[in-house]
Design a protein around this ligand. Structure first.
Ligand SMILES: [Zn+2]
Length: 84
């Protein structure tokens, strides 16, 4: 039985069809995973930038929230201080 081979559009290597994903019939598995890694890396960098921006915003919000909580707690535990 002859093994079926296919040529990868990306690296141009002719190899067994087993090295191709059905969802990506034009590139071999190693090229597909290379692309995935590149895509993942690009996404991760974008995600990190967003995360840092969000974190600064979140820090500001949580700090404000924390101060509000502390104020409320103090007001509850020391009700007399409000009268002075
Ligand atoms: Zn390839």
């Amino acid at each position: 039985m002859q093994e079926k081979t296919k040529k990868c559009n990306d690296c141009g290597v002719e190899q067994s069809v087993e090295n191709f994903y059905k969802s990506k019939p034009n590139e071999c598995k190693s090229c597909a995973s290379k692309f995935n890694k590149k895509y993942y890396k690009a996404n991760k960098e974008r995600w990190l930038i967003n995360y840092q921006l969000n974190r600064e915003e979140l820090n500001e919000k949580s700090r404000l929230r924390y101060h509000n909580v502390v104020k409320v707690k103090k007001a509850k535990t020391n009700p007399k201080t409000n009268n002075i």
